[in-house]
Design a protein around this ligand. Structure first.
Ligand code: PGA
Ligand code: ZN
Length: 424
């Protein structure tokens, strides 16, 4: 029996940074009623779909989302009442057409994505299926390796570390549950090491520690120590992944990257590639996201040409989960993987399309939360449905991060013996 949409209602809630974001509730003809909440980034790419903010300085310093909420209630909802909820792709397409802009700036990607996610969840509930199976089909049974961001830098913290994310990757664990334990234990050991050195153990936006360190490389050293002291073998049990988020190294007028800890004060694209080579030869790094800035396609390609045979080179701000840019990236060989963030593109269907494009090209794809998150665990189901094998959802602290890891534990338990877990 067809289940149709009977009501769509949005409201303004707060994200993990205390900034407003959109929650959307969808009701169906069979009585199903679910909600979904939209995340929000800080280190954003220029070409991301537009997150509509009110700009009213009297509310939340201009960050209110009442206009996006009104767009859901007054414009999107009337256009979708009576529609078959299982028609995800056509529902998403109709919202894109209703918006009519290339970057969803009229209705707001936050408005559109909230509806898109809630529609997917409602459809799954109405057929009695877990979301990962509804989106991924009967074959969806591969858990993701949790790339746990245990040291935060860049725009996600107030410390002196340039690299935004240092992730511990439990690729040698036999199961997701064990992998999560490996990296959570490492996180706790890291805390005690930092404490002994008299360093801060407060956490950044994604729940990793955010100490002032002697250098960027010091972060790698201290993580290796933590892995070993936790009883694991670096590279075998736990490897390292990085997100430079190099946009935030503020390429200045002379085209140089400006890092706190470069010996020269400024670095060229060549210098960053050389740094990459050096670190990859010394540390068990298996994935590196945004090693160069989004405007530096030549530098990105050089990095991939030299190091893409050894590690996964992920484009985040450079591709913004948009098939237009991913296609160009594939044609030019500038990376070998794309980050997938639902709110960068603004619908579930377009995110799935981006994954498909990567898969068809023999690329990997890395499913990601945002630095501003909510308690919604949609991402965990989405990651299992997409079968990409790895996701990043922050550290072993802050419940908006843990919510995704806990949902993955639930999925693994539900799958029982049929659950799969492997890096590649
Ligand atoms: P963001 O950070 O959500 O602030 O963009 C995550 C990332 O850069 O991968
Ligand atoms: Zn990134």
């Amino acid at each position: 029996m067809t289940k149709t949409i009977t009501a769509i209602k949005a409201m303004e809630i707060l994200d993990s940074r205390g900034n407003p974001t959109v929650r959307v509730q969808v009701e169906l003809s069979d009585g199903t009623r679910v909600a979904a909440s939209v995340p929000s980034g800080a280190s954003t790419g220029d070409n991301e779909a537009i997150e509509l903010r009110d700009g009213d300085k009297n509310r939340y310093a201009g960050k209110g989302v009442l206009n996006a909420v009104a767009n859901v209630n007054d414009k999107i909802a009337p256009s979708l009442i009576g529609v078959d909820v299982s028609q995800q792709a056509s529902i998403d397409r109709s919202m894109i057409e209703l918006d009519g802009t290339a970057n969803k700036s009229k209705l707001g990607a936050n408005a559109i994505l909230g509806v898109s996610m809630a529609v997917a969840r409602a459809a799954a509930v109405s057929v009695g299926m877990p979301l990962y199976r509804y989106l991924g089909g009967a074959g969806a049974r591969r858990l993701t390796v949790p790339c746990m961001n245990i040291i935060n830098g860049g725009e996600h913290s107030d410390n002196n570390v340039d690299i935004q994310e240092f992730m511990a990757v439990p690729l040698g664990a036999p199961t997701f549950r064990e992998g999560l334990r490996y990296v959570a234990e490492t996180f706790h050991v890291l805390k005690s090491i930092l404490k002994k050195r008299g360093l801060a153990t407060s956490v950044g936006d994604e729940g990793g520690f955010a100490p002032d360190l002697n250098s960027n490389e010091d972060a790698l050293e201290v993580i290796i120590q933590a892995i070993e002291q936790a009883g694991y073998k670096p590279g075998e049990d736990i490897a390292i992944a990085l997100d430079s988020a190099a946009n935030s190294f503020a390429v200045d007028m002379d085209g140089h990257y400006d890092l706190t800890w470069s010996d020269t004060g400024k670095m060229s694209s060549d210098d960053l590639v050389t740094l990459g080579k050096d670190w990859i030869s010394k540390y068990p790094i298996i994935l590196w996201e945004d090693p160069l800035a989004e405007g530096d396609w030549a530098g990105f390609k050089q990095f991939t040409d030299q190091l893409g045979g050894q590690i996964e080179v992920v484009g985040d701000d450079i591709f913004v989960t948009n098939t237009h840019y991913i296609r160009q990236g594939i044609e030019q060989g500038v990376a070998n993987s794309a980050l997938i963030k639902l709110n960068q593109i603004g619908t579930v269907s377009e995110s799935i399309e981006a994954v498909r494009m990567c898969r068809d090209a023999g690329w990997r794809y890395f499913i990601s939360h945002r630095s501003g998150e909510t308690e919604d665990s949609f991402l965990a189901d989405f990651a299992v449905a997409m079968d990409g094998g790895h996701l990043k959802s922050g550290s072993a602290s802050r419940s908006e991060r843990i919510a995704k890891y806990n949902r993955l534990l639930e999925i693994e338990q539900e799958l029982g013996e049929s659950a799969l877990y492997y890096w590649k």
